[in-house]
Design a protein around this ligand. Structure first.
Ligand code: F6P
Length: 323
């Protein structure tokens, strides 16, 4: 049986990562498996920032945002030399299996480490962007959407007070899930996502129509990866509607922080628990995800190629429900 594993968080942090770390550490110890923590993700593997963890080390963290293991986007790990150093350090500590909590870039790194050094690895999807296939859930998405909703609700108050149009940029890299879900939940008039080409004339026609029927408050939620972009859109619309007061807000990194929601705490705990059981059963190079509320495994190679498609039905709904 596997005797010792290590756990790391890599890439952008996401609320709920601490709940997953806690679950990994406690499940492993419960099953008599020693656990090493790795600070700063793959960079910590290269720099030998690896330390033994006990159950008490993960006390009082389930409610905290960020990651107690710290995280990084390691350039060194993208090289074969970096990965060789990482593998040598894992070997030195007697680590026989690794749990990687991160997004698609982290999984690509995990695939390379496994291919070159045969290290058994289980991935846990941890990203606010939800841009990974093979799972309905990624750690942090729920909290990030709720944070965006809270901010957009506040913006709507002031937008309504002044009869203004707000263009609000949310995170998501090349995925539109945060935009779509926060847009629906806040009654946005339009949602622009990277998965669809933005038609500015169409957006302008909707604003024009709304103005004519005295619908003066307008919220447009734009994903940061949208092909047209929130800032250029602000300029174009201001030019088309000179009498309107248009404001542009970028929500930014507040979406990455904060105490995780109940949902992120529970689901991240499930994933951490099952990641350890998977390593114990001899699984490797798989991501543990959640599909239809059941634990599901997918080959790590397959989940990073594309994310799940955006639902047209939800995009169509945005306009109907805000009419
Ligand atoms: O992947 C998470 C994410 O927050 C993306 O939504 C965003 O594009 C990116 O990370 C921002 O990265 P950084 O924190 O390095 O600016």
């Amino acid at each position: 049986m596997i005797q010792k594993i290590a756990v790391l968080t890599s890439g952008g942090d996401a609320p709920g990562m601490n709940a997953a770390i806690r679950a990994v550490v406690r499940t492993a110890i419960y099953h008599g498996i020693a656990v090493m923590g790795v600070r700063y993700g793959y960079q910590g593997l290269i720099d030998d920032d690896i330390f033994p963890m006990e159950s008490r080390d993960v006390a009082n963290i389930i409610q905290m945002g960020g990651t107690m293991l710290k995280t990084a986007r390691s350039k060194d790990f993208m090289t074969e030399e970096g990965r060789s150093k990482a593998a040598a350090n894992l070997k030195k500590h007697g680590v026989e299996g690794l749990v990687v909590i991160g997004g698609d870039g982290s999984f690509r790194g995990a695939c390379a480490l496994h291919a070159e050094h045969q290290m058994p690895i289980i991935g846990i999807p941890g990203t606010i962007d939800k841009d990974i296939s093979g799972t309905d859930y990624t750690i942090g998405f729920d909290t990030a959407v709720n944070t965006a909703i809270e901010a957009i609700d506040k913006i709507r108050d002031t937008a309504a007070a002044h009869d203004r149009l707000f263009i609000i940029e949310v995170m998501g890299r090349d995925a539109g899930y945060i935009a779509l879900n926060s847009g629906i939940a806040t009654g946005a008039e339009s949602v622009l996502v990277p998965e669809r080409i933005t038609n500015v004339e169409r957006v302008a026609a909707m604003i024009d129509y709304d103005q004519k029927r005295r619908k003066n408050v307008h919220i447009i939620v734009v994903a940061e990866g949208d092909d047209f972009g929130a800032e250029p859109l602000t300029h174009v619309l201001q030019h088309k509607f000179p009498a309107m007061e248009i404001r542009h807000t970028v929500l930014g990194h507040i979406q990455r922080g904060g105490s995780p929601t109940y949902y992120d705490r529970v689901q991240a705990s499930r994933l951490g628990y099952h990641a350890v059981l998977a390593l114990k059963e001899g699984k490797s190079q798989e991501m543990v995800g959640i599909v239809n509320n059941h634990i599901a495994f997918a080959h790590m190679d397959s989940v990073v190629k594309k994310h799940q498609p955006i639902d047209d039905d939800l995009l169509d709904m945005v306009r109907v429900l805000s009419s």
